[in-house]
Design a protein around this ligand. Structure first.
Ligand SMILES: Cc1ncc(C[n+]2csc(CCOP(=O)(O)OP(=O)(O)O)c2C)c(N)n1
Length: 379
């Protein structure tokens, strides 16, 4: 058995100090210490996939990161690991517990995942090892993990067995409920623009200091077509992960950050709104481009006509929200968001459709990520 600090200190010396994840009873002592230690920043995520996206955002803002999860939550990480970390070559230390480890009696829901935890990591082309449970092994394990990351730029997995870490008390300040933020309803009753025209407005309105994260599908493709710039990242996969990534970036930079989300994508990871509301970075504007459909995949309806994203955001702790259906008012809402403390949500009602012969980013995701990281980290 080790103490949590036996790992946290040498990891900190190597620059790993941004932790995010979802608890597991095997992780309790370790996660409790990452919450209380002054060597670590901890963000509690609503889901493990969201934690992977938050960590990716923190990495894009220059941090070295650790994601912690139960192995059942490894299932929730598969999409972002395979379609975000892999194409963008974004590393992290991924500490997954090993509930259901063969030979160690556990509950039925852990049996199968316990059998496949290591092979699932390997299937995702992640190198991994058993989390060190002897203090003398930690430095070597961290060196090996770092070396693997240098070679692959991919997440490195640590599989934590039961009882690896000494008990630690939980010492966590409660997250306080926030006063309800301001709401502005700019709607006229008639939707004026589609996603392309709205993105043109974004490009024309926001400052050159602003980092922009575009969601999966045609949003990123259109933004790339309008203007490809280092301040932009096109999240080609990991649908729903743009908001978590935006949170990870915004918590680690003074620059303004804008997330351009879709209604389908926002619905897929709605827990992220609660995390954003709780951690509340002032520099984050979250735009939901709501055309009421999965436009990028053929226009199948989402349930967004029944969803008031602005009120959900305010109820989750965002400082401000606005609903728009016109281009001028959307521009006004964007400018107001830049001038006031966020997080701000702009629910932009838009028309369906795109331009003919829409292209795709020709720059490789891993180059986009490094160009974006340079933009965010250099003042
Ligand atoms: C996890 C996952 N599920 C499904 C897809 C396929 N997919 C790509 S874009 C998209 C639609 C996104 O809809 P929305 O967020 O509303 O944006 P819009 O296309 O309308 O701009 C879907 C379903 C995916 N890339 N990833």
């Amino acid at each position: 058995m080790i103490s949590a600090d036996d790992f946290i200190f040498p990891a900190h010396e190597r620059g790993y100090d941004f932790y995010t994840g979802v608890p597991c009873s095997f992780l309790t002592p370790f996660i409790n210490r990452t919450i209380s230690s002054d060597k670590t920043d901890y963000v509690g995520a609503a889901s493990e996939g969201e934690a992977v996206a938050i960590a990716a955002g923190a990495w894009l803002a220059g941090r070295k990161t650790v994601v912690m999860c139960q192995n059942s939550g490894l299932g929730n990480c598969v999409n972002p690991i395979t379609s975000l970390n892999f194409p963008f070559r974004i590393p992290t230390f991924l500490i997954s517990t090993w509930r259901g480890q063969p030979g160690s009696p556990d509950e039925p829901q852990h049996e199968l995942m316990g059998q496949i935890t290591q092979s699932l990591m390997e299937l995702m082309q992640l190198r991994c090892m058993i989390f060190p449970s002897r203090a003398e092994d930690i430095s070597g394990a961290l060196d090996d993990a770092e070396k693997a990351i240098e070679e692959t730029s991919l997440p490195f997995g640590f599989i934590m067995e039961k009882g690896s870490v000494d008990p630690e008390e939980l010492d966590q300040a409660p997250i306080e409920a926030k006063p309800r933020g301001n709401y502005e309803d700019f709607r006229t009753g008639s939707i004026e623009a589609n996603r392309y025209q709205t993105l043109e407005k974004v490009v024309e309105t926001v400052s050159d200091r602003t980092a922009i994260i575009a969601t999966t599908g045609k949003c990123g493709r259109e933004l790339f077509t309008i203007a490809d710039r280092p301040q932009q990242i096109y999240q080609v996969g990991s649908m729903g992960g743009a908001s978590g990534m935006g949170l990870g970036v915004a918590l680690n930079t003074d620059k303004p950050v804008i997330v351009l989300d879709g209604d389908g994508a926002a619905l897929m990871k709605m827990g992220a709104l609660a995390t954003i509301g709780a951690y509340a970075p002032r520099n984050l504007t979250h735009v939901i481009l709501d055309n009421g459909v999965h436009d990028s995949t053929g226009g199948q309806a989402t349930v967004s006509p029944h969803v008031d994203f602005s009120q959900i955001a305010l109820a989750a702790g965002y400082r401000a929200a606005a609903t728009t259906d016109g281009l001028a008012s959307f521009g006004e809402a964007l400018t107001a968001a830049a001038e006031n403390d966020g997080p701000t949500l702009i629910h932009a009602k838009i028309n369906t459709g795109s331009i003919d012969n829409l292209g795709r980013p020709t720059i490789k995701p891993e180059d986009v990520a490094r160009r974006f990281q340079k933009f965010v980290t250099i003042s």
